[in-house]
Design a protein around this ligand. Structure first.
Ligand SMILES: C[S@@+](CC[C@H](N)C(=O)[O-])C[C@H]1O[C@@H](n2cnc3c(N)ncnc32)[C@H](O)[C@@H]1O
Length: 137
């Protein structure tokens, strides 16, 4: 019997998950996005209320963008970047409620073109997804 394949947290794996496709051979299609709580993370909302968010904000590994959208709704200028095109394309329009956020696809370990652009950087559950080399980058 072959051993089970590990869940690889590559950008491609995330993209499959957001597309509702099996993340490895033989897996059932995902029934949802495990970390999607349909709103911003309460701890980040607290941080914002305490004045911890200022200037140009980067939400790196933004996923479906609820944290970005929340900060923008509070008057911040926010860029949400994610390695998964499906996450960025996903029409969570109803959650955006007309707030303006810049969303784009980018690799957090490279961030080509974004150097020196941000004053506050939010990481909500991205760092642990990266391998050691990615975390260093
Ligand atoms: C656990 S999810 C968290 C999503 C979101 N921040 C939240 O709090 O709901 C991790 C996110 O990081 C993204 N990600 C993983 N590796 C990445 C990389 N190298 N560059 C950019 N995004 C990455 C995934 O596509 C996924 O959306």
């Amino acid at each position: 019997m072959s051993s089970p394949q590990p869940f690889r947290r590559s950008p491609e794996t995330f993209d499959k998950l957001y597309r509702g496709e099996p993340t490895f051979e033989g897996a059932p299609p995902p029934t949802g996005i495990p970390w999607d709580i349909h709103q911003a993370q309460p701890r980040l909302m607290e941080l914002e209320a305490l004045g911890g968010i200022s200037g140009e904000v980067l939400d790196i590994g933004c996923g479906l963008g609820d944290n970005s959208i929340y900060f923008a709704s509070r008057g911040h200028s926010v860029t949400g970047l994610d390695g998964s095109p499906a996450a960025i394309e996903k029409p969570v329009v109803e959650r955006r409620r007309g707030v303006s956020v810049t969303f784009a696809v980018a690799d957090a370990t490279k961030l080509t073109g974004y150097n020196g652009r941000f004053d506050t950087v939010i990481d909500s559950a991205l760092y642990h997804c990266l391998d050691e080399e990615g975390q260093q980058a």
